[in-house]
Design a protein around this ligand. Structure first.
Ligand code: SF4
Length: 67
């Protein structure tokens, strides 16, 4: 199985900050470039990321997996 990681569709993201509240270890606001970035981790906490996915008001976070 490949590595599983969350991705943010920055075209849809409204920068509401909800994902950062729920999973600050995973999502971070990039002030210089003005978008939400996913922190580079070896393994992502499934529960927190799922919570962020569930709470994102515009449904722009999803899991992807390396093949
Ligand atoms: S919760 Fe969704 S819309 Fe809000 S900042 Fe995170 S990715 Fe963007």
């Amino acid at each position: 199985m490949g590595r599983k990681y969350p991705v943010v569709d920055i075209g849809k993201c409204t920068l509401c900050g909800g994902c950062i509240e729920v999973a600050p270890m995973v999502f971070r606001y990039n002030e210089g470039l003005n978008f939400i970035e996913v922190v580079d981790l070896d393994k992502y906490p499934e529960k927190e990321v799922n919570e962020a996915i569930k709470n994102c008001p515009v449904d722009c976070i999803e899991w992807e997996e390396d093949k």
